[in-house]
Design a protein around this ligand. Structure first.
Ligand code: DP6
Length: 354
């Protein structure tokens, strides 16, 4: 009898914010980076994508909805994720012929972000990580997060890091097929229980220059970029891993701020220059620099992705002092709009299936 059952799985994936930035691809199809990167995964309760995946023999096409809007599923990124996950499922089905042939069915995916999409808050990272995790669960795959990171990376580079909680490195790898360009956990969140992040939402508007096109322009035109990828980042990756292992916040903060500043310098060194920061972003930098000057050491670290929103890392013991100083820069209006507000984020332990 034909199998008309609808199979489903749901999951959530958190946003990750890089402290050593990924910027530049050596292979645009496979999203292979020109340098390794390292990020901290934020709490799912604050910034996350919720995704449900379903498949059935009665579905006539693949469908994807993001925040209730239908999306194009014919894109190379989505197709790569679907294809790679189906290959893994087909291998299971070949080994056990009693399994339903889910690898041959169309899928319907429904995703929802609880934060502004494409505003430089790593929405594609959480989005593709959730898509890959939901399909892996739907297909009952037993692959490790590192194995799945190879697939999520093809959706969006930074997505490979959102398959883990805590502190996560994406090792650039050297193989032409990308088989060694994978994410690994450097330390679980429990390693550094006092670590916190505040997000200063400067603007929820969609960014002008997407990460993908921005980094391509940088690779093609920036000389500073080459120096960064070849000389600066390899040393910084090691220093950052050591700072995390030792829970040395000052070293963590100084590396984080230096790397954010160099990433934005590389954007300025691109032709035509890319401006992601705005006046409010620059004010936030000055406030954090002032907090650290008054404290006599780095107790707060700012970082910005491809947008004006500021993420500030700090330790719990300094929360009152830091958020007190930031308060005048925030407004109390609720709902995501063109407002500024801080959102607390804890650092989660790992990937939680919802
Ligand atoms: C500045 O992962 O969004 O946030 O691989 O083209 O999808 P694609 O790019 P994406 O780039 C993220 C860039 C960044 C830095 C980072 O997260 O490491």
């Amino acid at each position: 009898m034909a199998d008309s059952k609808i199979y489903t799985a749901s999951t959530t994936a958190p946003v990750n914010i890089a402290v050593i930035k990924y910027w530049g691809k050596r292979d645009t199809k496979l999203n292979l980076p020109t340098n390794s990167s390292l990020s901290v995964t934020l709490s799912q309760s604050d910034l996350r994508t919720h995704t449900s995946a379903a498949c059935s023999s009665i579905f006539t096409e693949n469908r994807l909805y993001l925040n209730r809007e239908p999306q194009d599923v014919s894109g190379a990124r989505q197709q790569a994720c679907f294809r790679e996950l189906r290959v893994l499922r087909a291998a299971l089905e070949a080994a056990d012929p009693t399994l339903p042939k889910l690898s041959t069915y169309n899928v319907h995916i429904v995703s929802e972000n609880n934060f502004p999409t494409a505003a430089g808050l790593a929405s594609s990272a959480a989005g593709f990580a959730a898509l890959v995790r939901a399909l892996a669960d739907l297909y009952c795959l037993q692959n490790t997060p590192t194995e799945l990171s190879r697939i999520a990376r093809q959706g969006s580079g930074s997505a490979c890091r959102s398959l883990f909680g805590g502190y996560v490195a994406w090792e650039q790898g050297h193989a032409a097929d990308g088989s060694d360009s994978l994410a690994v956990q450097v330390a679980p969140a429990s390693h550094w229980p006092g670590m916190r992040a505040a997000i200063l939402v400067v603007s929820a508007a969609k960014k002008d220059v997407s990460s993908t096109s921005g980094m391509q322009a940088t690779v093609a035109t920036s000389g500073l970029f080459r120096h960064r990828a070849e000389v600066v980042v390899p040393a910084r990756m090691e220093a950052m891993k050591a700072a995390i292992q030792k829970r040395n916040f000052e070293a963590f903060a100084e590396l984080t701020m230096a790397d954010s500043n160099q990433f934005h310098a590389v954007c300025l060194d691109t032709l035509p220059p890319i401006f992601y920061l705005n006046d409010v972003s620059r004010a936030a930098i000055r406030v954090v620099e002032e907090i650290n000057r008054v404290a006599g050491k780095s107790i707060a670290a700012y970082t910005f992705d491809a947008g004006p929103n500021c993420v500030i890392y700090y330790e719990q013991e300094n929360e009152a002092a830091i958020l007190g100083v930031l308060k005048p820069y925030t407004s109390g209006v609720s709902g995501w709009g063109d407002r500024r507000e801080t959102v607390h984020a804890r650092i989660p332990e790992g990937f939680n299936a919802a």
